[in-house]
Design a protein around this ligand. Structure first.
Ligand SMILES: [Zn+2]
Length: 210
């Protein structure tokens, strides 16, 4: 994918995410790895609803800004995902309402926050660990995420939101949208008797789809 195609794809995705209310204000950020090992990243204080392909942050392989506006203050979250996942081509982080709501619940399993509600959740997210809370911009957050990244392409930051890596921009977007929809379903099902997928059904999906 050429750099200009990647710039357009990030802006299109940002507009799509914003218009559907999956993030708001200037929250949420998107990055994509480029062929030279550098990245495109959404700028600090930029609304995903109004991204300009020409002002996206262009970083080199060491994370230095080559052109465009300064990158999101949460760029360290993206870097730690790429460092732990050599196959990651893109990372999306959102403050999506239902995922944030689930990240605030007291009695979830921090090793795997959401139950296997649907096959697509199991296939696109799998196990979702909860990362302890740290204030915005605190780099201890990266250190808390780092040990999880080898085993997980998706993590949920407590009282904050999800960070999801994918082999491509569309894979990362599809997975984080599946996570948000599953969080919404999980909240809708509170107080109901629910039949989740059984461990055997989950195992079958993992064996078949990885
Ligand atoms: Zn955030």
């Amino acid at each position: 994918m050429s750099e200009s195609t990647a710039r357009d794809a990030i802006c299109r995705l940002g507009a799509s995410i914003f218009s559907r209310g999956l993030t708001f204000g200037s929250s949420g950020n998107i990055s994509q790895r480029l062929d030279d090992g550098g990245w495109l990243m959404t700028p600090t204080n930029a609304s995903l609803g109004g991204l300009d392909p020409a002002t996206l942050s262009r970083l080199d392989a060491e994370g230095r800004l080559l052109s465009g506006d300064a990158p999101t203050k949460e760029s360290f979250l993206h870097r730690v995902m790429y460092e732990g996942r050599p196959d990651a081509g893109a990372v999306v982080h959102l403050h999506a309402t239902h995922s944030v709501a689930v990240s605030c619940l007291a009695d979830v399993d921090p090793a795997d926050v959401l139950p296997p509600i649907t096959a697509y959740y199991v296939m696109r997210i799998g196990r979702l660990p909860l990362v302890p809370y740290f204030p915005p911009g605190d780099t201890r957050l990266a250190e808390a995420v780092r040990p999880l990244v080898g085993k997980h392409h998706a993590v949920l930051l407590a009282n904050h939101g999800p960070v999801v890596a994918g082999t491509s921009l569309s894979a990362a977007a599809g997975a984080i949208e599946e996570l948000e929809e599953t969080a919404r379903l999980f909240l809708m099902l509170q107080g109901h008797r629910v039949r989740f997928l059984t461990p055997e059904q989950v195992e079958e999906l993992r064996a078949k789809f990885g």
